[in-house]
Design a protein around this ligand. Structure first.
Ligand code: FE2
Length: 372
């Protein structure tokens, strides 16, 4: 995708190289870098003043000009070429957002041109639509073998042309956004795990909490928006620990009163860190309230019962389960049965009884995951 029409609002978060290493104190530079990653959620935006750029490749001059006029009337910028070779020259100069190409052309036909475009990694994602002669089934079949998704059958009418180009651009934008979301989530998981490793959790804590929580959410029939908030909340639940001293996080014995007060602050600090990032705002209740208890004896707000956000009640169970089943510095991991029973003992005191019902229903799947 070229920079003229759609672009990621900032650089890819995966390109950041997080310096944070296991068991090290977090420096101010680390913190700034972590915040920078969090504040770079994926966004794909249009640049309206130019309009998407469409490259029209057609050897019939009249048809080419006709298509060009129709597209320009609808706000597109149009580049044109009379065959595949000319089109490749055009792409080298300005990378289009979409290609509309005839099949039968002199010098280089549509199939050879399509192959050349897809062979270049920079052009591999450009949406491609073939123009095919009416009723030519062989054309369609050949195109399908090449992996082309769209055809426009000549003679082309305006409505069909614009609808097809717009829907193909929209699909490609959705795909790009999904890829960026994945990269962003991977970055958040990486940095959150780096932070959890300063604590006494074992590698992969964040993914496990997320998987346990999602398994329970599936059991409850949550929709994709609810699950997305749960995912980000699970990933970032302890993000506030970047401001907690290592000597407290890794202290083998009991924390004294002052240390405990500092430790508890990770929930409030984490919520503060993300409150101005709209993309992550739905994760805020989880980050702030994942240490609340059903009986009201938790922190930081001392919320009780259903006043605790449901997603935070789920993550509380998921987080505890991973703490119990993972090896700690000062305690060996316990058996699956012991872990299951320990969670159940918290029913109605630490944990929401209805979440424990869900946990019990989801247990075969969770246990299967833990045995892997
Ligand atoms: Fe926590």
């Amino acid at each position: 995708m070229n920079g003229s029409t759609y672009h990621h609002s900032r650089d890819n978060p995966l390109s950041h190289n997080l310096r944070l290493t296991q068991f090290s104190e977090v420096t101010e530079a680390d913190r700034r870098q972590i915040l920078r990653i969090m504040e770079s959620p994926p966004k794909v935006v249009g640049v309206p003043e130019f309009g998407p750029v469409v490259l029209v490749v057609e050897d019939n001059e009249i048809l080419k000009q006709g298509i060009q006029l129709l597209l320009e009337a609808d706000g597109f910028s149009v580049l044109s070429a009379g065959n595949g070779l000319e089109a490749l020259e055009q792409i080298r100069g300005t990378c289009p957002d979409l290609i509309l190409s005839d099949i039968s052309m002199p010098e280089m036909d549509g199939y050879a041109f399509f192959d050349a475009v897809r062979a270049n990694p920079e052009w591999v994602a450009i949406p491609f639509i073939f123009l095919t002669a009416r009723g030519n089934r062989d054309d369609v079949f050949e195109g399908k073998k090449l992996g082309v998704e769209d055809y426009l059958v000549k003679p082309i009418n305006r409505q069909e042309l614009i609808a097809s180009v717009r829907s193909r651009l929209a699909r490609s934008q959705e795909l790009l956004l999904a890829q960026l979301q994945q990269a962003y989530q991977a970055s958040l998981i990486m940095l959150s795990n780096a932070i959890e490793l300063r604590d006494q959790y074992t590698r992969g804590h964040v993914e496990r909490v997320m998987d346990f929580a999602l398994t329970m959410a599936n059991e409850m029939g949550w929709n994709s928006m609810q699950k997305s908030a749960l995912q980000f909340g699970s990933i970032l639940h302890d993000i506030g620990k970047i401001y907690i001293r290592e000597s407290i996080l890794r202290k083998p014995g009991r924390l004294d009163e002052e240390e405990w007060a500092e430790m508890k602050q990770h929930t409030v600090i984490g919520a503060e860190l993300i409150k101005n990032i709209p993309y992550l705002a739905s994760a805020l209740p989880i980050i702030r309230n994942h240490h609340e208890r059903w009986d009201g004896k938790g922190y930081p707000d001392g919320l009780a019962g259903e006043n605790i956000p449901l997603a935070a009640r789920i993550v509380a169970v998921a987080d505890s389960l991973d703490a119990i089943t993972s090896s700690r510095v000062y305690r060996q991991a316990c058996s699956l049965e012991q872990a299951y029973n320990e969670i159940l003992r918290g029913r109605g005191t630490r944990y929401d009884p209805s979440v424990i019902d869900v946990f019990q229903a989801a247990w075969p799947e969770i246990a299967h995951y833990l045995q892997k």
